[in-house]
Each structure stands twice: as structure tokens, then as C-alpha cells.
Design a protein around this ligand. Structure first.
Ligand code: FES
Length: 152
């Protein structure tokens, strides 16, 4: 019989606050840089490795700089079945000279492929920052990009 080892969880309160702290740091800085990870670790009495391990587990946390506008394209089943996901993704990639997870050369847009935006009845759907857009077409995307590009 193997000896049993007990894993002690250090700083349980700090670990409980970690997700909220990472969320706040990302809101403040736009992404979680090494410096932001370090700062969260110091504040919570955790190691940067512990903080990084959590941050890198969740896709909602961004570990590289993000564009001013984060375009999320749904490739969930409803959007896929209506034939929207791939053509929309390809259109945005070409339009913005961007890759999945990448940021446009002007730093304005980041493209992210996601699973279901909870707007299946509006498929194909995309989200730009906190705004949802349904029944999306190439023309609508073009218009949105033009409007957002014109903003400071
Ligand atoms: S599958 Fe696209 S919004 Fe639900």
C-alpha cells in the first residue's frame, strides 16, 4: 500500500479571491502581462506561478495584448449549421489581415473564435466587446469595422 500524502492548500482565502483579482487586473490593463500577474501574486500572497497557472487555464483571461475591439465569432452548432461560422471567420481574417487569436496591424481588432454566444436564434452571431450582433453578413461586418475604425 502506498503512503498517502496530504496536499495542503496554502492561502485558501487568497485562492478564493484569485479569479476576481485577475478579472479586475484584466479590466484595468486590458490583458494580463507578466507585471500584472506579479502584482496580483504580491497582493494575494501567492507565487506568480500559482497566479499564471490559473490565468492560463481560463480562456477569458488574455495573456497577450488585445485590440481595442475584441471580435468574437461564434462557431457553435447553430451558427455552423446556418453556414455562418467559417465564411464569417474567413471574411474577418481577410478584411483585417488577422489570424485567429491575433490582433490587426493597427492594434484595433482582435479576433477570437468562441463556442455559442447564447444567441442561437440570431445565428450567425458575433460579439464585439460587450455588444452582440446577429444575422451577421459580410456587409454588416464591413459596416461595423468601418464605424469602429473611424472612432478614436
Ligand atoms: S451557436 Fe452561435 S450563438 Fe449559439
Amino acid at each position: 500500500m502506498l503512503p498517502q500524502t496530504k496536499t495542503k492548500i496554502h492561502n485558501p482565502k487568497s485562492r478564493a479571491m484569485l479569479l476576481a483579482a485577475l478579472y479586475i487586473a484584466q479590466e484595468q490593463y486590458g490583458w494580463l502581462s507578466e507585471q500584472a500577474i506579479q502584482r496580483v501574486a504580491e497582493r494575494l500572497g501567492l507565487t506568480p506561478g500559482q497566479v499564471y497557472a490559473t490565468a492560463s487555464f481560463y480562456t477569458m483571461f488574455k495573456l497577450k495584448p488585445q485590440g481595442q475591439y475584441r471580435i468574437q465569432v461564434c462557431e457553435g452548432l447553430s451558427c455552423y449549421l446556418i453556414g455562418g461560422a467559417e465564411p464569417v471567420i474567413e471574411f474577418i481574417k481577410k478584411r483585417l489581415d488577422i489570424t485567429n487569436g491575433g490582433t490587426s496591424p493597427d492594434g484595433k481588432f482582435t479576433l477570437e473564435i468562441v463556442q455559442c454566444l447564447a444567441a442561437c436564434d440570431l445565428a450567425p452571431a458575433i460579439k464585439i466587446n460587450d455588444e452582440l450582433y446577429g444575422n451577421i453578413t459580410d456587409e454588416k461586418i464591413d459596416q461595423l469595422i468601418a464605424e469602429l475604425s473611424a472612432k478614436e
